[in-house]
Design a protein around this ligand. Sequence first.
Ligand code: NG1
Ligand code: ZN
Length: 558
Amino acid sequence: MDEEQKSVLLKSSSQFPIPPDVKFSYGTSGFRADALLLESTVFRAGILAALRSIKTRSMIGLMMTASHNKISDNGIKIADPSGGMLTQQWEPFADALANAPDSDRLLQLIVEFAEKENIKFDGDFRPEILLGRDTRPSGESLLEAAKQGIHSIVGSVGSDMGVVTTPQLHWMVRARNKGMKGSELEYFEQLSSSFRCLVDLIPGGSKTDSAENKLIVDGAHGVGGEKLDSLMKLLDGLNIEVRNSGKGTGILNEGVGADFVQKEKVVPDNFDSNDIGKRCASLDGDADRLVYFTVPSADSSKIDLVDGDKILSLFALYIKEQLSLLSTTGAEDNSYKPHLGVVQTAYANGASTDYLKGLGLEVALTPTGVKYLHEKAAEYDIGIYFEANGHGTILFSERFLSWLEDKNKELASASEGSQQQKAALRLLAVSKLINQAVGDALSVLLLVEAILQHKGWSIQYWNGLYQDLPSKQIKVIVKDRTAVVTTNAETQVASPQGIQEAINSETAKYPWGRSFIRPSGTEDVIRVYAEASTQDAADSLASSVAKLVDKYLGISSS
Ligand code: NG1
Ligand code: ZN
């Protein structure tokens, strides 16, 4: 690194001092905090993104969002060239950068890291960063800080994509690194044309949704509603009403959105007894999560939740069906059997895991956090992953896709329009519709709608695939949450000693009982999860386990 570069870094970073007494950590969802604390972090994330761009000789993404958190928070995460999350190897450097006490220490860290990683500031490559933000009011000024960070690596360029959903930005990074234009219009066109293709392949022809059968979407007063409106302009065959679109007076994520609906299991604002029985869905604040729900009766505000596990089950069923159509009726090519796998976390309802295993599917469990699920799903030819909270997608391996392209051509010349060829075309369309970079509420919504139309299923029928076991989540505040160390995809506690045995003997008292604890990655709490055959039993198991957490670690529980 030459002297000019060093002095640019020293000068610009002195304008973004870190706030006192705050420790930043690049968690499962990047940096997240009260927006007022984030200027220096965002500036430094800009530097990191530029360094990552030089190292990978590719375009990198920077997304400013705090997803489902309250409106006064914000956050920043980095998208790698594939459109996925920043490589885990760089996370410790991200932490160190964000917490460097002053400009000198910051510069020293960068110089050391650049040397270790062999990052060359030779000017041969022009680093480029795509910037996106959600609708939070703090986004615009934080964006300026991020740009300053990017510009303090000499020659780097930041391209502002404006207000976008998190998955849109990840998609754009991936697309551009593959040589596509990667514009918003291209994103909408890819989603709408692959949706149309799936609908055209419905046996007996496509049926436009009637006005009575429309889908009602809660946009969480965030970016998703507005983008869904734009997408709908390119779509036929779908009847969607968007509420809480972000244009009205409601506040982002307050009493609305996928996280609220999934955790509280009550109707979001602007939904009521007029919506009884209708197909409803909820996006989160940055539109990377989606859950469906129905309002079952006028007597209470409770909803029937159709969560990420049910979306996963619907997708698994459909993909499995297409694969078996593809392999039947005289398929000579027995040399290659695509490997389909599904990936869940310990939060997946036990009934969903049983259902998926009952379909003969391979089910893998990973720790909480999309990066772990994504990594595992990428090991399969087709890997479907979902968190119960509605974040997930379907990954297709390059090997499988090129086999499928060839297969489709072969079938088209031998038996155009056959069941087999249609199955190949459907799988190709799904691979284009569903975001390959991260979970994407808009593309998941279109795939759910296409499959429901294909099967002629109501949301009630879909929800009846299996009955969720009653479950309960509790947060416990402890002195030091890092004292809890888990193993076996967070289903067991390795430390403190003795607590796992105590949880086991508590759980054994309940039919269908299952319970685990883990430190949250986004809040300073221990999360307790319990499942049992009745709601009372699940509540009681959760509260007994929370008491154990208190006994072994705690101060007080909430
Ligand atoms: P933590 O706080 O680590 O439980 C929460 C969600 C995760 C994931 C992350 C990132 C639950 C129980 N946990 O993580 O699934 O979505 O936020 O946003 O929903
Ligand atoms: Zn989100």
